[in-house]
Write a protein that binds this ligand. Structure first.
Ligand code: AMP
Length: 286
């Protein structure tokens, strides 16, 4: 495996690969890799000639009071996982190499961001879209791999690829979970043992809400209130949001039919956890 830190060097490598008609699978990450990242890497390895992974904690997508400095990092461990999963090029630039000071251009996301994490984390998706625009120009991937755990990110990236005419295919991979349903996340390391025991409640609540929606005849506002109250009664978590929306538009649900996302964010002490489930509602079967 080759480790590349210089952006233009990486672009040179991928330009050469593209000339040789090689397919490139790209997995962008912020490192501290776990089984969720492995699922993306395995899919990329299966479906492409060459696999490129980036490990870059992108300062642009963190707000001023967020956890940029304390975001978990372990590059040696990430390198090991990259080798095990057959990554060909591991891109690990420094912040200075990625961003000139001062920056003169940023990408701004106008739709699908006034809800969920977009509302709680102003500017977050602008930071994501900016770094991805740069990464896509450097890597020139055939296929890019994202996890459905970050479903709003997947929706935003769809818009970015389409509206900026990137000739890149997006592959969304199912969320990898712990036995109690907790979605694997680099931030889970921040949970105390007690919070870790409680954190299964995110997926449990999503699953119960899905059953209510499938049954139909449900008042969405009441359902949201009940779920939030039960999470805050049964755990030490503080609910940031619990939303039921259309997917991928992320708009209000007017009719219980079509593709629906139930999404949740809960703050447990030092860890903000997110999760969601996406499913089809078919009103003819009720
Ligand atoms: P991150 O390093 O947290 O920015 O995540 C990098 C990529 O891995 C993103 O596309 C995430 O959606 C994806 N990912 C993170 N956790 C999981 C998980 N538990 N299952 C599947 N994909 C995941």
């Amino acid at each position: 495996m080759n480790i590349v830190t210089n952006p233009l060097k990486l672009q040179e490598i991928s330009t050469r690969l593209k000339k040789d008609q090689v397919t490139i699978g790209f997995v962008p990450t912020m490192g501290y890799l776990h089984e969720g990242h492995r699922a993306l890497l395995k899919a990329a390895r299966d479906q492409n000639d060459i696999v490129i992974m980036s490990v870059f904690v992108n300062p642009l997508q963190f707000g001023p009071n967020e956890d940029l400095d304390s975001y978990p990092r372990d590059f040696e461990h990430d390198k090991q996982i990259a080798i095990e999963e057959g990554v060909d090029y591991l891109f690990h630039p420094s912040v200075e190499e990625m961003y000139p000071v001062p920056m003169s251009v940023r990408v701004k996301v106008e739709r699908r961001t006034n809800c969920l994490c977009g509302r709680s984390r102003p500017g977050h998706f602008d930071g994501v879209a900016t770094v991805l625009t740069k990464l896509f120009h450097l890597v020139q991937p055939t296929n890019v791999y994202f996890g459905k755990k970050d479903a709003q990110q997947v929706a935003v990236v769809h818009g970015l690829l389409e509206e900026f005419h990137f000739p890149i295919n997006l592959v969304a991979i199912n969320t990898v979970r712990e036995e109690d349903g907790l979605a694997k996340s680099s931030r889970n390391i921040r949970l105390t043992p007690k919070e870790r025991d409680e954190a299964g409640i995110l997926y449990k609540s999503l699953s119960l809400a899905r059953i209510e929606l499938i049954k139909g005849n449900v008042n969405l506002a009441e359902l949201k209130k009940t779920v939030i109250a039960s999470i805050e009664n049964e755990s030490s978590g503080k609910v940031d949001y619990f939303e039921i929306l259309t997917y991928p538009q992320l708009e209000t649900v007017n009719e219980l039919t079509g593709t629906i996302i139930i999404a949740i964010a809960v703050q447990f002490g030092k860890a903000r956890l997110i999760d969601n489930i996406i499913f089809e509602l078919d009103n003819t079967s009720r």
